[in-house]
Design a protein around this ligand. Structure first.
Ligand code: NAD
Length: 358
């Protein structure tokens, strides 16, 4: 039986990386009927929306998608399609494993940690009040009326909602993930000393769930302190649990610890669907140049195979990527500045290892 899976090629360099990832995943021998669904800038002109209904229908039907990066215009333009997808399918948990591959160790010890980020709330909820608008003026007046701080009349305001329900849900997901994946310690990352009613609440819920899991250690670090320790002693971390914004930032930091964005995979889980995607974006300036590292999307495909229960294929895919990285000859420039190997050639080498079974 073949799996039906939605494939979103994405924007910028997305299509060229996703095509190579698809070849590598197919080379594991797992049979997949890929259903191509175009989203982002690629369809905006054709269909008048960056997220056509048929993309949502395809994901709802297949319940699993592999997605290339999608461009989000800064400042103006449409809202992030990535965020819209996460909200539409209630993909509340973002999971980003960071593991040092042979040949990429930077510090004294290898890193093997996973970042779990709440995906639906916080400053990413998309509740914003534009500077100078009537609603913003009223909000500023209400805040002043309630004896809170004075806000400058020319301020824009972004709202940071963090609920007990969503915090408890992500904490339960994180501790279950820790149990299922032999992780021993959860580090909750917040700024609870400053934002008591949001980050403080997030931490309270995590602590409550932690008490139900006595076999897993739980510690709390403030985000600034966590960044320092992640850089100086990343091997001391096991699983990091964070609200949306901090989770986003620390997962890029952690990606840098294990070789950069080119090798950092990710997954978004909800109760019904899962979408797998790299941590990196669409890097549009490199579009069509065949220079991007395809491994982050390939490894995201490995997480997808794991999710499908194809554990052996996932393991073979991971080992093939690691073999190519360790060999160091057929890797893109981000891993070896002297290399002239491109996206396609790196994927060819991964397929060679997969097929030779080495
Ligand atoms: P980016 O991740 O696209 O690129 C930043 C830099 O990282 C690149 O210039 C490149 O030097 C390096 N890089 C990224 N991926 C690489 C790879 N596979 N191989 C080698 N080097 C790689 O970040 P950005 O420039 O801030 O964002 C570009 C666009 O992507 C923006 O519109 C942003 O909103 C979007 N974005 C999308 C997603 C997503 O779809 N999940 C995630 C992040 C950013």
């Amino acid at each position: 039986m073949a799996y039906n899976i939605t494939l979103i090629p994405g924007d910028g360099t997305g299509p060229e990386i996703v095509a190579e990832a698809r070849r590598c995943i197919d080379a594991t021998g797992v049979r997949i009927d890929w259903e191509i669904a175009e989203a982002g800038l690629a369809v905006l002109e054709k269909k008048g929306t960056p997220l056509p209904q048929e993309v949502l229908d395809s994901i709802a039907r297949n319940r699993v998608a592999l997605k290339g990066p999608l461009t989000t215009p800064s400042g103006t333009g449409y809202r992030s399609v990535n965020v819209q997808l996460r909200h539409h399918f209630e993909l509340f948990a973002c999971v980003r494993p960071c593991k040092t591959m042979k040949g990429l160790q930077k510090g004294l010890y290898p890193v093997d940690l996973v970042v779990i980020r709440e995906n639906t709330e916080d400053l990413y909820a998309g509740i914003e009040f534009k500077e100078g608008e009537e609603a913003t003026r009223q909000l500023i007046a209400v805040i002043a009326e309630h004896g809170k701080k004075r806000i400058a009349p020319d301020a824009g305001i972004s709202v940071k909602p963090i609920s007990r329900t969503a915090s408890e849900r992500i904490a339960r997901f994180a501790f279950k993930y820790a149990e299922d994946n032999q992780r021993k310690k959860v580090t909750v990352v917040t700024k609870a000393n400053i934002m008591k009613f949001t980050d403080g609440l997030f931490y309270e819920e995590a602590e409550k769930v932690a008490r139900e899991h006595p076999s897993i250690a739980c510690e709390h670090l403030l985000i600034d302190n966590a960044c320092l320790h992640l850089v100086s002693s990343p091997h001391n971390f096991d699983l990091l649990l964070a609200p949306n914004l901090y989770g986003d930032i620390i997962s890029d930091l952690c990606a840098a610890l294990v070789g950069g964005l080119g090798v950092a995979p990710g997954a978004n889980f909800g109760d019904e669907c899962a979408i797998f995607e790299a941590v990196h974006g669409s890097a549009p300036k490199y579009k069509g140049k065949n220079v991007m590292n395809p491994c982050a999307v390939i490894l995201s495909g490995g997480l997808m195979l794991d999710h499908l229960g194809e554990l052996d294929a996932a393991e073979r895919l991971y080992r093939a990527v690691e073999a190519v990285v360790e060999e160091g000859r057929f890797v893109t420039k981000d891993l070896n500045p002297h290399s002239s190997v491109g996206t396609r050639e790196m994927a060819d080498r991964i397929i060679y290892y997969l097929q030779s079974g080495k």
